[in-house]
Design a protein around this ligand. Structure first.
Ligand code: ADP
Length: 477
């Protein structure tokens, strides 16, 4: 049966991205097409986005959506069918999707994303003016968490809902006195529903009311049922284990393609990767050494474990390693890495900022990508690393554990290793892994075998999109 799926998200490539959620939201609709399903993406019309729709059509209106008029414009961008929610009083402002220009949460974030969720529930229930009626509402993260809840509070049972957790660290909290302004019934404010320790949690609302729950890797699904990872929601998630699915994200194989860049290579022409490596060294002012050129492309936050790396770099450099880092985030970490680049010229190169073109060059030219995350729901950069034969050195958590085959003796003997994993996420385990990286890298034959293994691993959307489609079908019986 061909399905109509309404995907509800706060960010989506190619229009706007602050993290991996946007990649997933943009990839799923394309992956549904060959399966015969139609997915449309409902997202706020942040400044300038509506102008990018090809042949926009007005498909829905509301005179009074959380304090002002709103409408939905439908249109395609790069093959993705967008439904942009225009509501100037909520979304037409300078700054980011979640933050003011000064970097603080917008004070009305609860209402802004409640409005998105409200529109989603109404569209799911009644359809759009072009006659399109969703069978499934797929809500992503806390920003869409109220959508499944509103549908239930409205009393709709026809539309089936899936709530996907991309990162449980963000729970969509609001003070209890906002219940009325969020159009929520007072009866829902209890621990079995959307109350989270005296506050409203929009993510919890979604987890309680959605027909099914998914997250972005099998290991993260299991981790979420444990107190170290569940952030207080572990009990609820464990109680719904039968409705919980762990589905890995994929990457866009056309965008992340070692054969497409300015220095193309493949698993059959590995030696051509050195041209990209040279370009990367030049870009970061790195010297040529015998050791591995490691890269980091990441938000610089505690989650990513990148506070562990600075202390390990002197030894890594002593073993011949060099590092190219691209990232932004925590001011202390930015300063630490910038300082290290000055202290070790030619050995450590740092770009503070966000730059996708540069990240492409880094994956093409690097030997290894370092990802020492404390938790990682799925992670995308290890998948880019596999695709480019830039071998991942990762903490064994979440999706990192599910996608990297550790180079222990058995895996090496069997010829299946694709990288290095370490556990726990601490300096001792990470430094051991970095030493092993240098040893393995020195064995060129072994290293190239691992590169070929990595580049052969399927990291696209095929398997995962089929699994999402199977959940949608199951929900509809
Ligand atoms: P998260 O969503 O937690 O940040 P993911 O690994 O799931 O982590 O996704 C991060 C995405 O953002 C990847 O596509 C990664 O390449 C990209 N990214 C992160 N930091 C930068 C940066 N400084 N420049 C370019 N791309 C970046």
């Amino acid at each position: 049966m061909a399905l109509n799926i309404l995907s509800v998200t706060s960010e989506c490539v190619p229009l706007i991205k602050t993290g991996g959620l946007a990649d997933v939201a943009g990839a799923l609709p394309k992956a549904m097409v060959p399966l015969g399903h139609r997915m449309r993406v409902l997202m706020p019309a942040y400044p300038g986005l509506a102008a990018r729709l090809r042949d926009p059509v007005e498909l829905w209106q509301d005179e009074a959506l959380f304090g002002g008029p709103a409408r939905v414009l439908g249109g395609k961008v790069d093959g993705v069918e967008f439904l942009l929610l225009e509501a100037a009083h909520l979304f037409d402002r300078n700054g980011g999707p979640y933050l003011t220009p000064e970097g603080h949460d917008w004070p009305d974030n609860p209402e802004r994303f409640a409005a998105l969720s409200w529109a989603a529930a109404r569209i799911a229930q009644n359809g759009l003016s072009d006659g399109w009626v969703p069978d499934i509402l797929h809500a992503h993260d806390w920003q869409a968490g109220l959508a499944p809840a509103y549908l239930r509070f409205i009393g709709d049972k026809r539309v089936k809902t899936l709530m996907t957790i991309h990162n449980i660290a963000f729970q969509g909290l609001a003070p209890a006195d906002r219940l009325a302004s969020l159009r929520l019934p007072f009866t829902a404010f209890n621990a079995d529903d959307l109350e989270y320790y005296g506050q409203i949690s929009t993510l919890k609302a979604g987890l309680v009311h959605a027909d099914a729950i998914s997250t972005v890797s099998p290991t993260y699904a299991a981790e979420l049922m444990r107190p170290e990872f569940g952030m207080g929601l572990e009990g609820l998630i464990a109680a719904r284990a039968g409705d919980l699915h762990g589905i890995l994200n994929g990457i866009d194989l056309e965008v992340w393609n070692p054969q497409a860049g300015p220095h193309p290579y493949s698993a059959k022409t590995l030696s051509k990767k050195t041209a990209a490596t040279t370009a990367l060294r030049d870009r970061f002012g790195l010297a040529e050494t015998d050791g591995p050129l490691a890269i980091v492309v990441s938000r610089l936050t505690g989650q990513k474990g990148l506070d562990l790396l600075p202390g390990l770099l002197p030894e890594f450099i002593a073993h011949g390693g060099t590092l190219a880092l691209l990232g932004s985030g925590d001011a202390g970490l930015e300063a630490a890495y910038t300082g290290l680049a000055k202290e070790y010229p030619g050995k450590i190169g740092v770009h503070i900022g966000y730059d996708e073109d540069l990240s492409q060059l880094m994956f093409a030219g690097g030997d290894a990508v370092l990802i020492p995350s404390r938790f990682e729901p799925c992670g995308l950069t290890q998948l880019y690393g596999l695709r480019f034969g830039t071998l991942p050195v990762v903490a064994a958590t979440g999706g990192l554990a599910d996608t990297v085959i550790h180079a222990n003796d058995a895996a090496l003997d069997a010829g299946v290793a694709t990288g290095l994993t370490f556990h726990p996420t601490d300096a001792t385990a990470f430094s051991h892994s970095l030493r092993r990286l240098c040893t393995l890298f020195a064995d060129r034959k072994l290293w190239q075998q691992m590169m070929r293994n990595a580049m052969r691993q399927p990291v696209g959307w095929e398997n995962s999109s089929a699994r999402y489609a199977a959940i949608y079908q199951d929900l509809l019986g």
